[in-house]
Design a protein around this ligand. Sequence first.
Ligand SMILES: *Cc1c(COP(=O)(O)O)cnc(C)c1O
Length: 360
Amino acid sequence: MTRVYNFSAGPAILPEPVLEQAAAEMLDWQGTGMSVMEMSHRGKEFVSIAEQAEADLRELLDVPDDYRVLFLQGGATAQFSAVPLNLVGDAESVDYINTGSWSKKAIAEAQQYTQVNVVAEGGKGDPMAIPDRSEWQCDPSAAYFHYCANETITGVEFPAIPDVGDVPLVSDMSSTFLSRPLDVSRFGVIYAGAQKNFGPAGLTVVIVRSDLLDRASSRTPAVWHYHRQSEADSMLNTPATYSWYIAGLVFQWLKREGGLKAMGERNERKARRLYDAIDGSDFYRNPVAPDARSWMNVPFVLADDRLDKQFLEEASQAGLKTLKGHRSVGGMRASLYNAMPEAGVDALVDFMAEFERKNG
Ligand SMILES: *Cc1c(COP(=O)(O)O)cnc(C)c1O
């Protein structure tokens, strides 16, 4: 068996020990004679898996007691609708900042339900940047303020949690969730699809502050109704049981690896190594302003895009896979999620230097 270095933006690389444990438990989970996939979600075995996953996630993120953790389906895209449906309440409008494609999609969905005030437009131009906080046209009576913490496609990441006063802060953290420590108490709602940084597709974690649970529109679909799902322990209907189980194994792996502080240090080293290599050459370029550069998704272009195809082919032969940039951006993109080992980044940087030497 040969494992490659998989730089996919999502679904993405998972920690090898997690996959090994899942393989070992595939036919018989802890003496039950069943796969987790075959278990009733209401049985005590699966309930214990679900509760352990939530407890481990709460420990990793130090989630305060007045927050509920939900394990839902529908991806982050469902949350683009669920957030306004659950949170607008009596308010007249909501604030969003646009920093790229995923922000834009969230805005378009929210516009179906309420008036959206776009406080600032960023994530465009060269270098791409996040508009300065002093330029944001925020509305203090907005139901909430929404931002995409890390734009997966363009690699634009907020370096810190924005300050929006008393307006509940909502964040799409799909591609940065669990990549470093996070002060959950600053947020009203955090949501993240699992398939970027903590599990298989099909699972979306939503962390919601309890005082926001009583604002949902009566038209909110039951499966995305935060209060109803919270009362049902995220089992109002059948949850994504296998994805939930794998996410739980990832949470245990993160704890064994030293938690989010250790993970953040490792991720910063990985990102710096790649950005340094890009900045140190005239052959490669990253178009994002240094203080908005993502630790998780690093897009880069070659000075001569006629070499793109050859770069991807030779990288693939060297076991460096899925480096093609998003179709809307072109070039390359290396996703460096938690499960990408430092050796994978070293291999990429070495390959890039060698490719430049031969073709530069
Ligand atoms: C991938 C992604 C989404 C969409 O996730 P789905 O699971 O496909 O709905 C939304 N936001 C961000 C930041 C993403 O990276």
